[in-house]
Design a protein around this ligand. Structure first.
Ligand code: AMP
Length: 673
């Protein structure tokens, strides 16, 4: 089942070896009990020890297979995560919010370098999506009246399954408890037989697909209890994740903090469609805060209660989901994880996007186009191609509105994390928000109600959406309905032929339809966190006595593009540094001057830790050195040319290798760390 061949082989080898150890143990005991010759006993004990050694070697391999698989160097996952986390917090990339009041779970502040990285990611998002596709960007409020989120289905269905500690009332996410149980068992119980391991792996594969009843049954089956107290747990039940509020002083207008930015776009669809010249397809985009009252926030920036979402709603004719630019990305090849591979226990496989759409694995070209664009976006930001995959949602896992959905998942020390959801939401949202059109059939009403016809028509026309939809469903099922006309002071019978009730639709070329929506939805914090992990590495200091931290951010996302260091504290060099700073500012390059008296090696280490790609060292008044972060190579450039060289490299018009050919190399023996 869902297990790598090597892991399965090792688990089988482990149980075989354990059986051999047990058998040999019995032999030794029997020999001793029967008073056998010492030489025979010694030989049997030796054989037992050899078997134990073999078992421990398999155990080590199995442990490595289970915990390995991620490219985090020689450090273990936990140690790696801790090293990145410490650096991020110490250098103020992000920190827990309200820390001096002991913080609140699931809320984080971005400090200066974190803000800069986030701004760069968002600027690139605008360039890569909004600008490239001529999208219509909007900016809508976070506070949303209840009526909107009722229509969208969030009030009823935006839930996660929760269980409670039956004694203390502490709440947990039911699927997380089951997931933790399976993972821990698989990692720690190396003697578990291969069949049992396959069963647990299968649960992990279909976890998101389980109903409340199925989850409850598994929690009972495995005897899972509250992790903190070991008390029994309640059955799973749905908990709505939206933060409730009320709008205005009366408290009478119920509202919620939006759980996604999408609804702001949907309710403006008609105006945006008009703005676009009543033509499809077109896309709207929005960047903004989203709020979800997560049951048990954990894993730092990955599961928080307030986060930045960047969302695109691409409106398309449901009968023509082709995309004119599909050819541009059809050749891309990357890891894809279709539904069937997941449920049959296989792994993600490298596929050509064009083939995946052609074979119907990805539903349509527009969905495929966005999958390809998201791949390019993430890899250009610095996400490792080998730790990025597109996973199709299982049937039950899809949000209440989605028709097909692929998640861009990035592997980090916490496992594979959904960072972008790319959903074909079909026509759900626009149908939900479209107005009800009530059209009384006057001829029929005139025949039935004669002089009272006008009163009946008026009463029909002023029905609200709920009343109208109720009437529509009764008329459809029973053919007639009792209807109170207050201006007549009586109840009349309305027949199906007397009124048509429908939801507003778009008319294009005389055809009436509700547009479909393809929605790529980006969790910016999750992307940034994975980027931090994929960019982080350590390398020994020159003296070899400590490990130095480096973020290998591409210039595109680096918080600042360059630092300027006068080699020694001296007025002449500081003047040159200021002059260079002015020319960098004029060229629009973010930078920082470091005039502290610490050694140049320490200053390099400090800027490497912030992921600054280039460092200028002022060691003369006519020319300076530029050092590249990852190679630590240096070139010598005149003071006049330095800003334009830095600009070329950091805006991507030249690579470091390109410019290294043009300028003399500078030996860093004397000044580098
Ligand atoms: P969804 O609407 O649930 O598909 O979420 C859209 C995107 O928002 C996901 O792909 C995640 O990247 C991100 N996201 C969802 N929930 C959270 C959360 N609690 N914390 C941080 N990011 C989240």
């Amino acid at each position: 089942m869902a297990m790598d061949a090597s892991e399965e082989t090792l688990r089988r080898a482990m149980s075989d070896k354990q059986a051999a150890v047990d058998a040999q143990g019995n032999t030794v005991r029997d020999l001793k009990a029967s008073g056998a010759a010492k030489a025979d006993i010694d030989a049997a004990v030796e054989a037992l020890n050899a078997l134990k050694l073999e078992k421990s070697s398999i155990e080590k391999q199995l442990q490595a297979t289970i915990t390995g698989g991620s490219d985090v160097g020689t450090l273990s996952r936990d140690a790696f995560r801790q090293a990145v986390g410490n650096t991020l917090e110490r250098r103020l990339f992000y920190i827990p919010s309200f820390k001096i009041y002991r913080g609140v779970a699931g809320l984080y502040d971005y400090g200066p370098p974190g803000c800069a990285v986030k701004a760069n990611v968002l600027a690139f998002w605008r360039q890569h999506f909004v600008l490239e596709e001529n999208m219509l960007e909007v900016d809508c409020p976070c506070v949303t009246p209840e009526v909107v989120l009722k229509a969208s289905g969030h009030v009823e269905k935006f839930t996660d399954l929760m269980v409670k500690d039956e004694k203390t009332g502490t709440c947990y996410r039911a699927d997380h408890l089951l997931k933790d149980f399976c993972k821990e068992k698989l990692e720690k119980d190396l003697n578990m037989d291969a069949e049992k391991a396959a069963e647990l792996k299968q649960i992990l594969a279909i976890l998101d697909d389980l109903s409340a009843e199925e989850l409850g049954a598994k929690i009972k089956k495995y005897g899972i209890v509250a992790p903190d107290t070991k008390n029994p747990l309640s059955d799973p039940y749905p908990f709505n994740l939206m933060f409730q509020t009320s709008i205005g002083p009366s408290g009478l207008i119920p509202g919620y903090m939006r759980p996604e930015t999408a609804q702001g776009i949907f309710v403006n669809f008609k105006d945006l469609y008009y703005f676009n010249g009543n033509k499809l397809p077109f896309a709207a985009a929005q960047i903004g805060q989203a709020f979800r009252n997560e049951i048990s926030p954990r894993q730092g920036l990955l599961r928080v209660r307030e986060f930045t979402l960047a969302e695109i709603e691409h409106f398309v004719d449901p009968e023509d989901k082709s995309h004119p630019k599909f050819g541009d990305i059809a050749h891309l090849e990357f890891l894809m994880f279709p539904r069937t591979e997941q449920t049959s226990g296989q792994s993600a496989k490298r596929m050509c996007l064009g083939d995946a759409v052609y074979e119907g694995i990805v539903n349509n070209q527009t969905l495929g186009y966005f999958i390809g664009r998201v791949y390019l976006f993430l890899t250009q930001l610095g996400i490792d191609k080998e730790r990025l995959r597109f996973r199709q949602h299982l049937a039950n896992e899809m949000a209440h509105y989605a028709a097909d959905c692929w998640d861009a998942e990035i592997e980090c020390s916490y496992g594979w994390i959904e960072c972008v959801g790319i959903a074909d939401r079909s026509a759900y949202d626009l149908r939900a928000h479209s107005k009800v059109v009530i059209a009384p059939v006057k001829k029929e009403l005139g025949l039935a109600f004669k002089g009272n016809q006008k009163n009946v028509v008026e009463a029909l026309e002023v029905m609200d959406e709920k009343e109208a939809m109720e009437m529509k469903s009764i008329l459809e099922s029973k053919g007639e309905v009792e209807f109170h006309v207050c201006t007549l002071g009586k109840v009349v019978t309305i027949k199906k032929s007397m009124v048509t009730i429908s939801k507003e639709k778009k008319k294009e070329h005389q055809r009436t339809f509700t547009p479909s929506v393809i929605e790529p939805s980006f969790g910016i914090g999750r992307i940034i966190y994975c980027l931090f992990e994929h960019s982080f590495y350590t390398r020994p200091s020159k003296a070899g006595d400590e490990q130095l931290n480096v973020f290998r951010f591409p210039s595109l996302v680096a918080p600042i593009k360059c630092t300027v260091f006068p080699l020694v504290q001296n007025q002449q060099y500081e003047e040159v540094a200021k002059q260079i700073s002015l020319s960098l500012t004029a060229a629009g390059i973010s930078h920082k001057i470091d005039i502290t008296g610490t050694s140049i090696g320490k200053r390099y280490a400090r800027t490497d830790e912030l992921g600054v790609p280039l460092a200028i060292t002022v060691d003369s008044t006519s020319s300076v050195t530029i050092r590249e972060r990852d190679s630590k190579d240096q070139i010598r450039v005149s003071v006049e040319a330095v800003a334009s060289v830095v600009k070329e490299v950091t805006d991507g018009s030249s690579t470091w290798t390109d410019v290294s050919w043009r300028f003399p190399a500078h030996s860093h023996v004397s000044i580098d760390e």
